[in-house]
Ligand binder design. Structure first.
Ligand SMILES: [Fe+2]
Length: 294
């Protein structure tokens, strides 16, 4: 695997205070050293951030950070991008702004801005969830997973599979729309590509969803209680996915896109896993409640 893990998500926001409240009080993430009206870092572990919220004119995902293991892996990736004729750019000061050693930006076939980087700073203080979450499952599995509106699907699939080296965990026909679930480490999927464009009704804020995995089922239950008591808007009820067996529910984030909060997913061995077709999304639950009221 060329890419080690999903590193971080960057979000443009018209309402940073809403993200601060949602991120810390509901999700149980911890505010990092950047925490003002222009930028908010949210931590899930020892890293300096896992979600970067930047003040902007829109509420949407603005970049997806993918981590490389070290400088050699990073240089090898750049060589692979050159060979595949994929353009990348170094943006002045961006690596320092993200707290990483080196970084390039690439626009994927669906229009998502990707930031490939290595050498991220760790925070000076230990992670301590302000909401009492026992912890987030990150480490070798990264932040979690993102699900993208990936039309044109074949181009996206080729880019992530052939150029970036993601493996196909499983796939499904989702009512005529293809869905491919891809791994780049032991996490069942760090990325899912859905063959729709960003105008689909379930795409809000540019993303289908972000998933963060907590360390235990009680963590998920307690998050469900916090969200219910705070009057949060749910996108899907509690349920369990058929493919990764994630026990989870979905909340609308302040950017509109849902965040899946889960625990208990199975892992894959990228060396031996063989792809399977799983033509049903859930074992139980996950009733879709719809988009938030505007
Ligand atoms: Fe998910």
């Amino acid at each position: 695997m060329k890419v080690h893990s999903l590193g971080y998500l960057v979000v443009s926001s018209t309402d940073i205070p809403a993200w601060r409240t949602f991120g810390t009080e509901i999700l149980g993430l911890m505010a990092g050293v950047r925490d003002d009206e222009s930028e908010l870092w949210l931590r899930a572990d020892e890293r300096c951030h896992r979600i970067v919220v930047e003040a902007g004119d829109t509420d949407e995902v603005s970049a997806i950070g993918w981590e490389l293991r070290n400088d050699v892996a990073f240089e090898n990736l750049l060589a692979d991008l050159d060979e595949a004729d994929v353009a990348y750019e170094r943006v002045d000061e961006l690596a320092a702004r993200r707290g990483v050693e080196d970084l390039v930006r690439v626009v994927d076939p669906a229009g998502y801005v990707l930031e490939f980087y290595w050498g991220m700073q760790v925070a000076q203080s230990d992670f301590a969830s302000p909401a009492g979450v026992s912890g987030f499952k990150t480490g070798d599995q990264g932040l979690g997973h993102v699900v993208l509106a990936a039309a044109p699907f074949e181009d996206s699939n080729r880019f992530y599979r052939r150029t970036l080296g993601f493996g196909l965990t499983d796939f499904a026909d989702m009512g005529g729309t293809p869905g491919h679930f891809l791994h780049t480490n032991a996490r069942h999927h760090s990325l899912a590509l859905i063959g729709c464009d960003k105008s689909a009704w379930f795409v809000k804020g540019g993303l289908i969803h972000l998933m963060v995995e907590m360390k235990s089922i009680p963590d998920v239950g307690l998050a469900l209680t916090r969200a219910t008591e705070a009057g949060c808007e749910f996108f899907e009820t509690l349920g369990q996915h058929a493919n990764d067996r994630m026990f989870s529910f979905y909340l609308h984030s302040p950017a509109g896109f849902p965040i899946e909060i889960g625990a208990g997913a199975i892992e894959v061995d990228p060396e031996t896993w063989t792809s399977v077709n799983i033509p049903f999304p859930d074992l139980w639950g996950h009733e879709v409640l719809g988009l938030p009221e505007q």
